[in-house]
Design a protein around this ligand. Structure first.
Ligand code: HEC
Length: 115
């Protein structure tokens, strides 16, 4: 009787071990495998290298009214960085008071937008 119990225990142990080893190993998913370069939506970069001279030039141009035909409007007129990057109007107003047919979206993080 004792011998049969030992055999049953040995068989049960063998079955458990063989079952475990035949299970597929969990797949590893390194970031490069999961996120394809073809995806339109990419993770937000954790660090962006900025050239301070380009930033200063961009800031100057963004506020430059000379870029408009009558020297009255800059990017900041419709994309006020102190107001969430928008003008809070239903329709943006262009030169000569011309009203557009759409409101200005925020320009915050616009560089990360995709089309
Ligand atoms: C007269 C108002 C006005 C001025 C001035 C203006 N924008 Fe815009 N901007 C808009 C409107 C309205 C849209 C939306 C256009 C659309 O979706 O067709 C827009 C869209 C944008 C977008 C796209 C944002 C997004 O989420 O898709 C960017 C970026 C942008 N403008 C940057 C600028 C820059 C840079 C300047 C200056 C060179 C500028 N805008 C000047 C009104 C303006």
């Amino acid at each position: 009787m004792r011998c049969i119990l030992v055999i049953i225990f040995a068989l049960a142990t063998w079955m458990l071990v063989s079952c475990r080893s035949s299970q597929p190993k969990p797949e590893s998913h390194p970031e490069s495998e999961v996120i394809s370069n073809d995806e339109p939506i990419k993770p937000i970069p954790t660090k962006i290298d900025l050239d301070t001279r380009k930033v200063a030039l961009g800031k100057m141009l963004f506020n430059e009214v000379k870029l408009s035909r009558d020297n009255t409007i800059s990017c900041a007129s419709c994309h006020d960085l102190e107001a969430g990057g928008v003008d809070h109007r239903v329709h943006s107003i262009g030169i000569g008071g011309a009203e557009g047919g759409i409101n200005a979206p925020t320009v915050f993080n616009a560089a990360l937008n995709f089309r």
